[in-house]
Design a protein around this ligand. Structure first.
Ligand SMILES: *Cc1c(COP(=O)(O)O)cnc(C)c1O
Length: 506
């Protein structure tokens, strides 16, 4: 049954013969398809496509897009994801025909401008991270982690050493152990202490001749800057291991501190977070990696190099781990980040980090009287709260997140990091005004009061969205990605042994 909140599917709007185009009469002879393509590749019946007018089509998709929450429509404090504003000048520049219309197979002398962007960006990111060289190829933070771990493996192997263990603190991002596994290495988890720092005693116990590297997410997923970095670096280096800096959240440290100066050998950055590549819909990202001299021979190939006044691609890297991405990485995202870096300059990037940290601390202090603050320290770009107090009154963090939707906000990251009970991880970013921060703080305080006075309203939220609570597990495990008429869908589900769901699609 349709309520007025629900939209018809485009298939349900379909009326036979209605079209969204008009073409002139064909003035060339028609060709039978089976004269051109082998019969086994042809459909037996025409594809069942919706038939709608151009205006209906436009309204349908505009309506759907309006249901989406994006950074251009509202506050989006999703911890660890740095959902900051993406300046529109980036979009202008990537649309310049000189960038938008080049092809990676063009001769190098005809794409000197694009190669220069890549070369300069490599140099800028080396400077920002304090590393000797950078590869722009990896398409995401996680891919950067994997590529860098493959370099670490190659480095140890080139020295005839068999080192297979990667030490990962329990405050690391979840991709760290996952990347180690995909790189064929074994993860050793160590705990953090009451302050949220790496437990050095435990580190001393597990480090040894089989240590390939330690991966440090810094600031950690608690939003805290690790206080014993120098000691950690000494312990790991003394044992012959390398130090990996997960710099996905460089928004907290740009222009203030550099992983290279802290003793790290390799780092990745998330350009789609810190450096304003638009993200959130699973679109293209960029996770460049930077490294110190000893790892340079293992960088992915090609690297962009400069000889005299000419930029070219260097494939002559004999010990390279090889190519990790088609061509030279996601050029559009790299170019946006280049524009962002140039538009801000060094002082601008420093201010970005200072204000990101200031905003997070402001919000943390304002919310601390209402929600449990498990680590009471100055935070960096984000902070974690616990919904422990509210849980005692029967309201879960999930309920609070859902209730925030009624206030028009994207909820924070919840239930991560795992070491904090009923966790909420909040990252306001530097691009929000004090008024926006205050409005969100007021909403969080209002919810905390509701929990005490009228918990049902929170437990049953959201009330103002198109749909209320969804079965998120089924949606994730058994997504319906293809339209079939309801009867057909039910038949398929029955055949698959899952419960037929009357009206699932209407
Ligand atoms: C986002 C993030 C990653 C993973 O980056 P993706 O681009 O999503 O693969 C890794 N580490 C940290 C700390 C992150 O915040």
């Amino acid at each position: 049954m349709q309520t007025n909140k629900e939209k018809e599917l485009i298939f349900e709007m379909s009326k036979p013969g209605r079209v969204a185009y008009s073409l002139p009469e064909s003035d060339v002879p028609e060709v039978e398809l089976d004269a051109v393509f082998p019969a086994q590749y042809l459909r037996k019946q025409p594809a069942e496509l919706p038939e709608v007018s151009e205006l209906d089509l436009m309204r349908h998709y505009t309506g759907l897009s309006n249901r989406n929450h994006g950074i251009d429509s509202g506050f989006y404090p999703l911890g660890s994801c740095t959902m900051k504003y993406n300046p529109k000048i980036n979009e202008d520049v990537v649309r310049y025909p000189g960038f938008a219309k080049i092809h990676p197979y063009q001769a190098e002398e005809t794409m000197q401008g694009a190669l220069r962007v890549l070369y300069d960006l490599q140099a800028e990111l080396s400077e920002i991270t304090g590393m000797d060289a950078v590869s722009l190829q990896p398409a995401a933070g996680a891919q950067g982690e994997w590529a860098a771990l493959m370099m670490i493996r190659a480095y140890h192997e080139s020295r005839g050493e068999k080192r297979t263990k990667v030490i990962v603190p329990d405050t690391a991002h979840g991709t760290n152990p996952a990347s180690a596994a995909v790189a064929g290495l074994e993860t050793v988890t160590i705990s953090s202490d009451e302050q949220g720092n790496v437990n050095l005693e435990e580190l001393r116990k597990v480090v040894g001749a089989d240590t390939a590297a330690l991966m440090l997410t810094n600031p950690s997923t608690l939003g805290l800057f690790e206080e014993s970095i120098q000691e950690i670096a000494e312990i790991v280096h003394e044992a012959g291991g390398l130090l990996y800096y997960d710099g996905a959240n460089a928004n907290a440290i740009m222009g203030i501190a550099r992983p290279g100066d802290m003793g790290f050998d390799v780092v990745h950055l998330n350009l789609h977070k810190t450096f304003t590549g638009p993200h959130g819909g699973g679109g293209p990202g960029a996770g460049p990696i930077g490294c110190k001299k000893e790892l340079v021979p293992f960088l992915p190939r090609p690297q962009v190099v400069k000889e005299g006044d000419t930029y070219r691609l260097d494939y002559d890297i004999p010990q390279s781990i090889g190519r990790v991405k088609a061509f030279y990485g996601n050029f559009g995202i790299l170019l946006r980040s280049f524009v962002y870096i140039r538009a801000n300059g060094p002082e601008g990037l420093l201010r970005v980090s200072q204000e990101a940290v200031l905003n997070a601390n402001y919000m943390m202090r304002k919310l601390a009287p209402y929600y449990d603050l498990p680590y009471d320290r100055i935070c960096k770009h984000e902070f974690v709260l616990s919904g422990r107090k509210q849980k005692k009154l029967g309201v879960r963090t999930l309920d609070i997140a859902k209730r925030l939707l009624d206030f028009g906000y994207h909820p924070p990251t919840i239930y991560f990091p795992l070491i904090v009970d009923e966790c909420m991880m909040i990252e306001p970013t530097e691009t929000e005004s004090k008024e926006t921060l205050d409005q969100f703080i007021d909403a969080m305080i209002a919810i905390a009061k509701e929990v005490e006075e009228n918990p049902t309203i929170v437990q049953e939220a959201p009330h103002t969205t198109i749909v209320s609570r969804l079965d998120e597990v089924t949606a994730a495990r058994k997504p319906v990605l293809r339209y079939r008429k309801p009867a057909e869908e039910n038949a398929v589900r029955k055949a698959e042994g899952s419960q037929a769901n009357e009206g699932a699609l209407v």
